[in-house]
Ligand binder design. Structure first.
Ligand code: SF4
Ligand code: SF4
Length: 434
């Protein structure tokens, strides 16, 4: 698309944004893949429409606030990227645009408060835990809580699991085949700390030593996706310094975190840390990718205690997290891992490309759209008749739990690593005759 954007006027992120705009040929193939185009049915809420809006704003011919509602409605799910035959790097446009637009957008005081609270708490496990405890009180207060904050209350779990302290190093079982460092994830370690426990167990069972750097922080994804570039840069730098060089890979088990860490070169673009960030992110991969690369040394033996059906088999629906499938291109590896479980039958969801509506803080900022997408995803899971639904992102797991519970569904919602770990343990229990 032709444009007259003066990239230099928009700081270090100007060039990637201008490049993304000029790659778009306006063909419209991306429209059918976009969840918000499906929800709102208008061009300005499609990828193509948003690219035009961002182009006009960056050129200076459209007011920032004119584009704002449509930019706010974008999930950042990147379903538009694999659908685009011209290879438009939409990720190089949307988050950078939000970063340069942050000061120019108009927000009500309620919106500002909600965004401030989310950024103040979610990336910090201690504060997030406190905030969830506060949400319990808030729920009891019901109508006294300002309307703007109610989505936060409705998404907070009724019970927060006890905190788990992960060891700095967990030795490999048997002969060591590899050594990795794990990002513990900030919201994940509060909402479901067992995911990290399961991940470490699966890795160590397969001869992989796991280091959990104690100085690590949030991946920076939440800040990046809401346009808070200075905060995203601070988190990125913290992790560049915290993760050791003497590991075979830096692993993530939350798709949103992995995706953000793969964008450190963009987050730190134009700073002295840019080259270091580019080298760092090459070492980052999802845990499923690393396990499939190395190969499982120990195969799971049984499925019974992971919630199998009456016939003893286990029907597992796999939910593609957008930031794993679209942002990192990881689709096959988690499925391949689940297929190693004897008796497990993997099933696919209808409209699998559509985001579940979680999308970072989207379900707080755009609760109606998020809720509509979450309900559709829960219905798609139910339609499969699955016993368990597995995914690789805490946001998707939380969103799905909320919507399956609303439907009164008994389907269990688990991280892929939890399903695998449970299968390993079930195999052992079976062997021991328990
Ligand atoms: S499919 Fe790609 S090139 Fe075509 S309109 Fe969408 S973003 Fe532009
Ligand atoms: S990121 Fe998702 S919601 Fe945003 S334009 Fe692309 S497909 Fe649509």
């Amino acid at each position: 698309m032709q444009h007259s954007i003066k990239a230099g006027e928009h700081g270090p992120l100007g060039v990637p944004m201008a490049h993304a705009v000029e790659t778009c040929v306006h063909c419209g193939f991306c429209l059918a893949a976009c969840p918000t185009y499906q929800e709102f049915g208008q061009e300005m809420d499609s990828p193509r429409g948003r690219i035009v809006l961002m182009k006009q704003v960056l050129e200076g011919s459209l007011a920032w606030t004119e584009a704002q509602p449509h930019m706010d409605r974008c999930l950042g799910c990147l379903a538009c990227e694999p659908a685009c035959p011209s290879g438009v790097p939409y990720r190089d446009l949307i988050s950078p645009f939000r970063a340069v637009a942050r000061e120019k957008m108009e927000r009500t005081s309620g919106e500002k408060l909600r965004r401030w609270l989310a950024e103040l708490t979610i990336p910090h496990p201690g504060r997030f835990r406190l905030a969830l405890a506060g949400a319990k009180v808030g729920r009891a207060m019901g109508g006294l809580v300002p309307e703007m904050l109610r989505p936060m209350l409705s998404l907070a779990p009724a019970k927060v699991p006890d905190a788990v302290t992960l060891p700095s190093v967990t030795a490999a079982q048997g002969e060591r085949r590899a050594r990795v460092a794990l990002l513990a994830g900030c919201a994940q370690q509060v909402l479901d700390p067992d995911i990290n426990v399961a991940t470490i167990e699966v890795l160590t069972r397969n001869g992989i030593e796991v280091v959990v750097p104690q100085a690590q922080g949030c991946c920076g994804g939440l800040s990046w996706h809401v346009g808070n570039l200075p905060a995203a840069q601070a988190f990125a730098r913290q992790n560049l310094n915290a993760f050791p060089a003497d590991v075979d890979a830096i692993l993530t088990n939350a798709a949103g975190c992995g995706s953000a860490m793969h964008e450190y070169h963009l987050i730190l673009r134009g700073t002295p840390d840019e080259a270091r960030a580019a080298a760092f992110e090459k070492r980052v991969m999802d845990v499923s990718v690393f396990l499939m690369k190395l190969g499982l040394r120990e195969k799971p033996q049984a499925v019974q205690v992971v919630g199998g059906g009456a016939g003893g088999g286990l029907k597992v629906a796999y939910l593609d997290a957008c930031h794993l499938a679209n942002a990192q291109g990881v689709r096959e590896q988690p499925r391949a891992l689940l297929r190693t479980i004897p008796g497990a039958e993997l099933c696919e969801l209808a409209n699998a490309h559509l985001c579940c509506g979680s999308a970072g803080t989207y379900n707080l900022d755009q609760p109606e759209t998020a809720s509509s997408l979450g309900a559709q995803k829960a219905q798609a899971v139910l339609a499969t008749g699955a016993d368990v639904v597995a995914s690789g992102n805490i946001g998707c797991l939380t969103q799905l739990k909320v919507h399956l519970e609303k439907l009164g569904s008994p389907v269990r919602v688990r991280h892929t690593m939890q399903v695998l770990r449970d299968a390993y343990r079930a195999g052992e229990a079976e062997k021991a005759g328990k």
